[in-house]
Ligand binder design. Structure first.
Ligand code: TGC
Ligand code: FAD
Length: 392
């Protein structure tokens, strides 16, 4: 793969709006990605393997629980710092960002927000340091966009709960030490449970043959009469709103992450277009190529502003689920379109692993599907502005 000579576009001087702390955090993540992710990621994606050796580095740059308070091992940063870290990691690879998103927003967030004090003390510091890795089980074979229909269930077994069911498409599941799993109790109410790797009847088969997020490990969660200690139930929130609340946090991070992937595709295409000569000129001199680049930088700039403002609203506790949904949908769609255009600008070279664009493009096919598909997010905005849910 080509050496990483990435330079981040900042067309509207967004840096002027960032604090010194934001820039420090962002630059540390950027340097780490250049040093530790870029040199190896293409190889791991080609092999379809997760690069376990990067977990310590992810913890060191604060990617596990950036906004979790320091007393629980988190970095105690604000939401814009969280977003910037996700942007930089996904600039390297969406699969690596997935690992960080799941750990932070889908495992640490529910334990921090819905967990008991004992659960927070037991799990959060180890999750922040990467000593424990987690995954999040919401999607099932028969229930993806409609998680409220889930069939995984638990019943009271006296001094424990008995859990049965299956989850599908679970990021990190093949190597996770714990899983935050959503299941219905005997009354049909959804609760979160912390499942630990060594519990009998719990298995995590890996999903193979993915053409997308190849450097991320994806798998199933199977529960066959798993005895779950009662103290592993998240006590402070139940109902579908509990897992959906976690998705708000992850979707926000993804809105920033997608900008990173788009920036990398744009920067690569711009650099290539200035160097590649056809018909006696650099291809950057042709109007059709300039149109592509001009549209790319415009869309990246709009996405940057969207996520920055959303970060301000999140910091103030004012961001709505519908606002977050819009940013996830818009920015991932923007990144996917840019990846497709940028790939074409590299001609035949665009389909090789010499450049990152095709890998981003394939990764983004998952990103546009998980955490709510593009169409589900259109329906969320539709329901918000009309007051009429059109999901069923
Ligand atoms: P609905 O009746 O609208 O809502 C049920 C209850 O939930 C509340 N709620 C929310 N709460 C917090 N945050 C949100 N975003 C919320 N959205 C809704 C709502 O107020 C209600 O509360 P209450 O108290 O009245 O009961 O539910 P619905 O069944 O009609 O579904 C709505 C819909 C379709 C939008 C929702 O189910 C949805 O978002 N579906 C998409 C599923 C999804 O995104 N799955 C993601 C799985 S995790 C994943 O993909 C991880 S990828 C990880 C990686 O690698 O990065
Ligand atoms: P379906 O819900 O079957 O949707 C199929 C199509 O129908 C889509 O185009 C959808 O938009 C459309 N559709 C569905 N309902 C409607 C409607 N009402 N109106 C119009 N169109 C509709 N889940 C987890 O819980 N944890 C994870 O860690 C996780 N990681 C993932 C990693 C990867 C690589 C992938 C691919 C998925 C992951 N997911 C995870 C699952 C992901 O969230 C789901 O794939 C996603 O929510 C869509 O569900 P589905 O695949 O079952 O598609």
């Amino acid at each position: 793969m080509k050496p990483d000579s990435f330079e981040a576009p900042d067309y509207y001087n967004l840096d002027d709006l960032l604090s010194d702390e934001h820039k420090l955090v962002r630059d540390a993540a950027r340097q780490w990605v250049k040093r530790e992710v870029s040199p190896i990621i293409e190889d791991y994606a080609q092999k379809a393997e997760f690069p376990h050796q990067i977990l310590n580095g992810l913890a060191e740059i604060g990617a596990f629980g950036p906004y979790i308070p320091e007393e629980y091992g988190g970095a105690g940063l604000d939401q814009i710092s969280y977003g910037l870290i996700m942007q930089e990691i996904e600039r390297g690879d969406s699969g690596v960002r997935s690992t960080a998103s799941v750990q932070s927003s889908l495992v640490m967030y529910p334990i921090y927000t819905y967990g008991s004090e004992e659960q927070k003390k037991k799990f959060l510091p180890k999750l922040a340091s990467g000593e424990l890795m987690g995954c999040f089980g919401l999607t099932e074979p028969n229930h993806g966009s409609n998680p409220g229909g889930m069939e995984t269930k638990f019943k009271d077994g006296g001094d424990h709960y008995l859990l049965n069911g299956a989850k599908l498409w679970i990021s990190n599941s093949p190597f996770a030490d714990i899983a935050v799993v959503w299941a219905k109790n005997e009354e049909g109410r959804i609760h979160g449970l912390i499942i630990e790797r060594d519990m009998e009847g719990f298995s995590t088969p890996e999903t193979h043959n993915k053409w997308s997020l190849r450097a991320s490990a994806t798998g199933e969660l199977i529960f066959d009469n798993v005895k779950v200690p009662k103290e592993n139930l998240l006590p402070n929130k139940s109902g579908l709103g509990a897992p959906l609340g976690c998705l708000d946090s992850a979707r926000y991070g993804i809105s920033w992450g997608a900008i990173g992937a788009a920036m990398d595709c744009y920067d690569t295409a711009l650099r290539y277009a200035k160097e590649r000569v056809q018909f006696g000129k650099p291809i950057a001199a042709f109007q059709l190529q300039q149109k592509k680049l001009a549209e790319m930088i415009t869309e990246i700039t709009k996405a940057q502003l969207l996520s920055f403002r959303l970060g301000q609203l999140k910091n103030e506790g004012k961001a709505t689920s519908a606002q977050i949904s819009m940013a996830k949908r818009n920015n991932v769609d923007m990144a996917l379109k840019i990846a497709r255009e940028a790939r074409q600008m590299l001609g035949g070279m665009g389909i090789t692993g010499e450049y990152s664009i095709m890998r981003h493009m394939m990764n983004l096919e998952s990103v546009v599907t998980y955490e709510g598909t593009h169409d589900i997010h259109l329906l969320i905005t539709g329901a918000d502005i009309t007051g009429i849910p059109a999901f069923n």
